[in-house]
Design a protein around this ligand. Sequence first.
Ligand SMILES: C[S@@+](CC[C@H](N)C(=O)[O-])C[C@H]1O[C@@H](n2cnc3c(N)ncnc32)[C@H](O)[C@@H]1O
Length: 189
Amino acid sequence: MEFYDSEKGVDQYIKIAEGYDGKELIKILQDFLPEKSSVFELGMGPGKDLDILRKKYLVTGSDSSQIFLDRYEKQNPDADLLKLDAVTLQTDRKFDCVYSNKVLHHITGQELKKSFQRQNEILNSNGIAFHSFWRGDKDENIEGMLFTKYQIDGLKKIIGNSFDILKINHYTEMEKDDSIYVILRKSSS
Ligand SMILES: C[S@@+](CC[C@H](N)C(=O)[O-])C[C@H]1O[C@@H](n2cnc3c(N)ncnc32)[C@H](O)[C@@H]1O
């Protein structure tokens, strides 16, 4: 992901994302996840959502970009951070929740399937996954970055039956209903 691996790309992202955060999504998550649960954020970027999440939960942040991790750690030397890829999720740790906000569109549908399998493995029993996606029918490539877009039915197919879908809905990020969030529970079977 070269764009996020350069200081210039990171600065550009921070500018574009000004005024946006996951506050409303995290309010929805709170209906499903008790306070003090452990939350593992994938693709934390500048860490705006991690800052909101850490008010209620025991958080671990992660990203594939060392630049984002270094910047956050400089401001928050006590932060628990991991550098890892959202597909392979190479960690032995387990969490009550895996969370991402507008990250998993940077991987293909096949990779998303693999990511869900790994998320299942690193979740405690009854664990929750919460993710947001861009909604649409046509993938895009912007500045060398993949933007995989989904409709609810397509996402459901990728999720398969290793998770129970607790909630899946459209929501508005920049334009009406341009996004989808999904809340999943690791299925007990
Ligand atoms: C659009 S930003 C979102 C950042 C943050 N979630 C937010 O809402 O501001 C995408 C983030 O995902 C990270 N990312 C992209 N592909 C990734 C991957 N395969 N594994 C882990 N992180 C990835 C990027 O480095 C970047 O920080």
